[in-house]
Ligand binder design. Sequence first.
Ligand code: GLU
Length: 450
Amino acid sequence: MSYVNNIINLVKEKYPEQAEFHQAVKEVVESLEPILKKCNKYENSAILERLIIPDREIHFRVTWEDDNGKINVNRGYRIEFNSAIGPYKGGLRFHPSVNPSIIKFLGFEQIFKNSLTTLSMGGGKGGSDFDPKGKSNNEIMRFCQAFMNELFRHIGAHTDVPAGDIGVGGREIGYLFGQYRKLTNRFDGVLTGKALNWGGSLVRKEATGYGCVYFAQEMLRQRGESLDGKICSVSGSGNVAIYTIEKLQQLGAKPVTISDSKGMVYDKDGIDLELLKEIKEVKRVSLEEYVKNKSSAQYTSIKDYPKGKNPVWHIPCFAAFPSATQNELNADDAEALIKNGCICVSEGANMPSTIEAVHKFISAKICYGPGKAANAGGVAVSGLEMAQNASMTPWTFEYTDKRLHQIMEDIFNNASQTAKEFGEEGNLVIGANIAGFRKVADAMIDQGVI
Ligand code: GLU
C-alpha cells in the first residue's frame, strides 16, 4: 500500500468518528503524491505521521450562568496542531455543531493555509459547542469570560494566538481579551480581530472576503476575464459573505444571493449591502427580515430546499463564493454551477465543497480556488495585526489593504507555479497543498526529530 493510503487508513483507524477530519486529511495527502514520490525525505522523516497528530489537544469544560440564573455547561477546545514555522494561529468557532472532528479538520487546514500566507504562523483552532444565537449580550460576555478562564493558561503572543471564526466576531474577541488581561495582568497581542482603539488592525474585518475576491480576480486575469458586470452567487451572511459582497460591488459585479441557517435570499436586483449589514451586524436576526424590506427579493426556507441540493448553487452565475460552512456544496450543486455557465469558484469558507464537488470543478477545468488558498486573507491580516502589535505601530487602511492584495497575488502565483512544477498546470488544489506542505515539512526536518 502507498504511503498516502497508509496515512488515510491510519487516521480512520485511530479516529473512527471524525468524518470531517478524515475528509480534510484525504484531500491534502492525496494531492501530495507528486512531491512524496519525488522526494523520499518526507516519508523517511515520518512527516505525514507527525502532521496528522496535533502537538496537543486541549479539551475543557465551560460553566456559565444564563440570565435566568440557570447553570449551563459547554465543551471547549483548543487544538494546537503544528508550530514548526510560528506560534499556533487560528480562529475560535462557537457553534452547536462544534466537536473534536470539526476543530481538527479546521486546525489541520490551518497549518497549510498559514504557511501559504508567507507569514510566520503555525496552525491551531479552537471553539465550543456553545450556541450564541438568541443569547443576550450579558450571556455572551459571561460565556466568553468562562471560556477564557481555562484558555488563558494555554495561549500567548509567542505561543498560540486565537482569533474569530463562525460565531466569534469583534464583540466576542473584546470579552475574551478583557478576561485574558484581567487574569494575566498583561496587554499583548494574544488575540487578533481586536477593535481598532485597543490594538486591532484596519482591514481585519474585511480581510477574508476582500482576499477571496482578490484571489478570484487573479484566477480570472489568467484567462483574460474580469468580474466587472458579472452575476455572482454568495452563500452565508456572516463576516466573510458581507465583505465578499462589498468587494464584488466595488469591482462592478452583481452578487444576487445570500443565506443563513434558516434559508436563502435571491435578489435579482443585486444584494442591498446596507440592509444586509443592518440585519446581520446590528440587529443580528434572520434573513427573513431582508425580504420584508426588499420587494425584488425571494426567500426560500431551508425546509423547502430540494433534497440533497443547496439552491444557492442552482441560480445561474458567472462566479461563486461559498462563504457559509463546510460541505455546503456537493457534486450535484457543482454540476449545476458548471452547467449554468459558472467559470470561477473561490472559497471563502473552510472546506465548503465536498471532495466529489472539487473533482467536478477540476475536471471541468474552471477556475477553482480552494479555501486554504482563497480564504487565507483573514489569517494573513491577523498576521499583519501581530506585526503591528509587536512594533506598537498601527498601519493605514490603504497600506494594510495593499499588503493583503499582494499576499493574495503571491499565494495565487505560488500555488499556480507549484502546480506547474509538478506537471499539474492549473490545478490549484495540488499547487496550494504542495506549496503549503513543503514549507512546513522542510522546517520540521530542519528542526530535528521532536
Ligand atoms: N478563522 C479564520 C480562518 O479560518 C481566521 C483565523 C485567524 O485569523 O487566526 O482562517
